[in-house]
Design a binder for this molecule. Structure first.
Ligand SMILES: Cc1cc2nc3c(=O)[nH]c(=O)nc-3n(C[C@H](O)[C@H](O)[C@H](O)COP(=O)(O)OP(=O)(O)OC[C@H]3O[C@@H](n4cnc5c(N)ncnc54)[C@H](O)[C@@H]3O)c2cc1C
Length: 563
């Protein structure tokens, strides 16, 4: 880390370090982080240089169902889902001929994707932030300098024109792609900026297109280039053009070129232009996500092209990954080395995102005339023959990263579930329909899936168990042995559920899984010996000790009611 300039002499040098997290940036990632920290009992202060949320049309327009699971833990998913456009099919066309109609699995209660503006998501997150007493938001507050000391980080702020300082035990920079915090830390920004220009317009119009993703290669209305059309709520459509070199959009606006461009796509339909901007995307990541007591998240940590919808979505996943680790460290349950696993896991995720989008870009923007010619030949073949269509790369929609090379994932990691975002399943608990994921993500969960009861239970008795601020619970899912309820009363600590055999596709039958607070599976183990539970928890959390020791009980007394 580059040495930080001294803040000595600044007005209002703080006397004490606030034992909260200082968050720089009130974009979707900063807001989501504050909420997840609050869910885990940790307070925070968010600083943003704008006077309030900034309405910008051309940012994220799509949130993934798996990321809505994260927002659901903070009570924000249902509204996003209700207001957004839910879609399950993506269409790919070459010169107007449809070559692919892909169906994405529903997978969870939110569906694969919901289209909605980033601004609306931010509004919903902010409304929840304002309901939480342990989150303070400081608008018109620009972080201009920072200095790390042994016990915390001092932020030098310009707040409504006045200089002041505040100090926090930990600081997370969620301040976007141009993060000055990243620069102040001297963290390398690896990667490159692409030269192709893209134009985004958000228009309001009643269009005859199905409310799905439409990806056009080489269409009549953008010969030789790509155009993507995405529905938004309230008859708003996002149209995203790759522009030929040399197009001057500002001039186009004046001389009618933009009007002609839009008309070529939508025809003679009334429309209102709500937003227009031109962008060149980047493929970058910060070399370090943890620098002393400062962490980077969201666009401050990685800048990605919009293909596959990875920017905001992966930023919210960063926040979820970091929040529980900070909670354990701040409550003195784990050493600060746990935060290093944030760097390891989320760097691996950023790398995967960059690798996948790099392949898409190479296909979309051929590097030279030979590659362009090869692509043209592929287009001819793909329009006629199904076998060639899988080589047409229109972007791969993102999946939550599978953490394999992580110190928190317990070897052997060969079981398919290990490291993955826990798959959802339809359960019946006490005769009521319940989604498995609704029982996960508030703390650590021991999850058993099998067709006969487990040999041992990790959490006997009524007393709540916790790892510092994070509750520890258990869920036993009896799968495939009939559809009747399990005659075992559930408690908040131990839920008994019934599911059909489909759940066994995602979990290892007859074994225990430790699911982390970010709903990734840390390990799979037999659970035939009492000490295996505590060992799994120690490995998956790197915590020093349990607030209450786990004592696995003997063979549970379970009566199964056959269907
Ligand atoms: C055209 C386009 C389309 C996109 N489509 C998608 C999509 O469909 N899906 C998807 O997942 N992502 C998409 N993205 C990416 C997405 O918009 C970003 O990933 C997202 O905004 C990142 O959120 P963030 O909170 O990290 O940063 P930001 O949203 O950039 O928020 C950072 C905040 O920090 C503030 N700030 C900056 N510096 C300071 C400072 N020193 N002090 C105080 N405050 C500061 C800024 O004013 C800002 O409010 C798209 C992006 C673009 C440009």
């Amino acid at each position: 880390m580059k040495p930080l300039s001294s803040l000595a002499g600044m007005a209002g040098t703080p006397q004490s370090v606030e034992y909260r997290v200082g968050i720089v940036g009130a974009g979707p990632v900063g807001l989501a982080l504050a909420l997840r920290l609050s869910d885990h009992g940790i307070g925070s202060v968010i600083f943003d240089d704008n006077p309030g949320l900034k309405r910008e049309g051309s940012k994220a327009c799509l949130i993934q169902g798996d990321v809505l699971e994260i927002l659901d833990k903070s009570g924000c998913a249902a509204q996003v889902h209700r207001e957004g456009v839910q879609w399950t099919h993506g269409n790919v066309y070459i010169r107007g001929t449809q070559i692919v109609r892909a169906q994405y699995e529903l997978g969870n209660r939110w569906g694969p994707f919901v289209n909605i503006s980033q601004y609306r998501i931010e509004q919903i997150l902010l409304a929840e932030v304002e309901r939480r007493a342990d989150i303070e938001v400081c608008w018109s507050s620009r972080v201009e300098q920072l200095e790390e000391r042994a016990e915390g980080v001092t932020l030098a702020l310009r707040r409504q024109g006045v200089d002041q300082t505040r100090a926090f035990a930990w600081v997370v920079a969620c301040n976007g792609v141009r993060s000055n915090v990243r620069e102040l830390l001297g963290v390398n920004w690896l990667g490159y900026r692409h030269t192709s220009q893209f134009l985004i317009t958000d228009i309001r119009a009643k269009l005859p297109f199905s409310k799905e993703r439409h990806f056009h290669f080489d269409p009549e209305f953008n010969r030789g280039y790509q155009t993507i059309i995405h529905p938004q709520p309230d008859d708003v459509w996002r149209i995203d053009w790759q522009l030929p070199p040399g197009v001057d959009v500002e001039r186009d606006k004046v001389d009618g070129g933009l009007e002609r461009r839009i008309r070529a796509v939508i025809g003679d339909v009334d429309y209102e232009l709500l937003w227009m901007s031109v962008y060149r995307f980047q493929q970058r990541r910060a070399e370090r996500l943890v620098a002393g007591r400062v962490m980077l998240a969201g666009d401050a940590a990685h800048a990605l092209p919009p293909y596959g919808s990875r920017g905001m979505n992966s930023g919210i996943q960063d926040a979820d990954n970091l929040a529980w680790k900070l909670a354990l460290v701040m409550r003195g349950c784990a050493d600060r080395s746990l935060l290093e696993t944030y760097h390891v896991e989320r760097t691996a995720a950023a790398r995967e995102n960059i690798d996948v989008t790099e392949r898409t870009i190479r296909f979309m923007v051929p590097a030279n005339p030979v590659v362009r010619l090869r692509r043209r030949a592929l287009f001819v073949l793909a329009r006629r023959f199904r076998a060639f269509r899988r080589f047409v790369n229109s972007g791969t929609m993102a999946q939550p990263h599978r953490y394999l090379d992580s110190p928190l994932v317990q070897p052997p990691s060969t079981a398919a579930a290990v490291g993955r975002f826990a798959a959802d399943a339809d359960l019946s608990v006490g005769g009521q329909p319940v989604k498995l994921r609704s029982l996960l993500g508030r703390g650590f969960t021991f999850l058993f899936v099998g067709d006969r009861p487990p040999a041992l239970l990790p959490l006997p008795g009524e007393a709540p168990r916790a790892l510092g601020p994070l509750p520890v619970n258990a869920v036993v899912v009896m799968a495939g042995t009939g559809s009747g309820p399990v005659a075992q009363p559930s408690t908040p600590q131990l839920q008994w559920a019934r599911a059909n055999a489909a759940v066994l596709r995602h979990y290892v039958a007859g074994r225990w899984h430790l699911v982390r607070p970010d709903m990734h599976v840390a390990s799979v183990f037999d659970g035939r010996r009492a000490d295996e539970f505590e060992a799994a928890l120690r490995h998956g959390s790197q915590a020093f000790a349990m607030a209450a020791r786990l004592d696995a009980s003997a063979q549970p007394d379970v009566e199964l009611i056959a269907a």
